[in-house]
Write a protein that binds this ligand. Structure first.
Ligand SMILES: [Fe+2]
Length: 321
């Protein structure tokens, strides 16, 4: 039987991460994207205003759930309560799919509030494989796993990250969220060939791509999500879209967040590239270099909501696309 590309999931087009500061403009001025990605944890235990907005948006536009707390690589048991809430939220927003990271975030009751890397070896592969299968059974859908950015490697690793991911996909039939910026970041930090990584993964399981802008902090590339996508990441994106045959594109921008039109202008470079086959001439050529030695590593966990707006937008929502 022929395998279905993207696990039979649709190419949603071009989207952005939904952030609270953009809600007024989105609700009054129109969506102007093809889909939104939400941070799952922001909506699981929250029955407030933003929840009702997202539920309403989900009747007009696809919503994808992106989590930061699954901790698929942890040695602690899976959190059944978390998974039940995840499944309920997926029903409420009619989620196109559910993704999380190939990482661990804590042990027992201790939460590191970071997406920590795994050693890549037979033992960790067996462990993660069993947990992905369990999660997929509970959620009753494929789990979409994102490659993380990383800054350390383990002496106990016996395989590369792309070999680990390929084996994991074969064993579980999970999907992949290919973050081409994370490949670029980790390739810089660990001195591997980013293009080889992208050529080596199982392309028919890639469901979605993440784009973002990193920061060069002395010798390390840091996944800060606070800058335009640099040209080398666009090159990897173009390669990934060619190899996958075209998958959903999501621009992540989570610190120093620009206004909505500027965010869309960056996203529309991806549209331009896919429509015209050439890079726009407004690309940032190299990653932003940090001039601040106090730069703190940001992770998607930092992007969970802290301020839920309490008023103002509901009546101005016009549902425009
Ligand atoms: Fe990402």
């Amino acid at each position: 039987m022929q395998k279905k590309s993207r696990l039979g999931l649709p190419n949603l087009g071009f989207g952005v991460g939904l952030r609270t500061q953009h809600l007024p403009e989105i609700l009054s001025g129109g969506l102007r994207v093809d889909w939104f990605e939400i941070i799952s944890e922001n909506f699981m235990d929250n029955s407030g205003y933003t929840n009702s907005v997202v539920e309403r948006l989900s009747t007009d536009i696809p919503i994808v759930m992106h989590g930061v707390s699954l901790s698929i690589g942890s040695a602690s048991p899976l959190n059944r309560d978390y998974l039940d809430k995840l499944k309920k939220l997926a029903g409420r927003v009619n989620a196109a799919w559910i993704s999380d990271h190939l990482c661990w975030t804590g042990l027992g009751s201790h939460n590191s509030h970071d997406l920590l890397p795994l050693p890549f070896n037979e033992a960790s592969l067996k462990h993660v494989t069993q947990r992905v299968r369990e999660v997929q059974e509970i959620l009753e859908r494929p789990l979409i796993i994102e490659n993380p950015s990383s800054y350390v490697q383990f002496r106990s690793s016996t395989m590369t990250e792309w070999e680990f991911i390929t084996e994991l996909v074969e064993a579980t039939q999970c999907g992949l969220l290919l973050d081409v910026n994370n490949v670029y970041v980790s390739a810089h930090n660990h001195r591997f060939d980013a293009e080889h990584y992208i050529r080596s993964i199982p392309h028919d399981h890639v469901v979605q791509i993440h784009l973002a802008g990193p920061t060069l902090c002395e010798e390390y590339m840091v996944d800060t999500h606070d800058a335009p996508v640099p040209a080398p990441v666009w090159e990897l994106y173009s390669l990934a879209q060619t190899l996958t045959g075209g998958v959903s594109t999501l621009l992540e921008w989570d610190a120093k967040i620009p206004n909505y039109p500027d965010l869309l202008a960056e996203l529309n470079k991806a549209r331009h590239l896919m429509l015209n086959g050439v890079m726009p001439d407004t690309l940032t050529s190299t990653p932003v270099a940090s001039v601040d030695k106090q730069t703190v590593l940001s992770t998607p966990i930092d992007f969970q909501l802290t301020n839920i707006p309490s008023n103002g937008y509901k009546n101005s929502y016009n549902g425009a696309k």
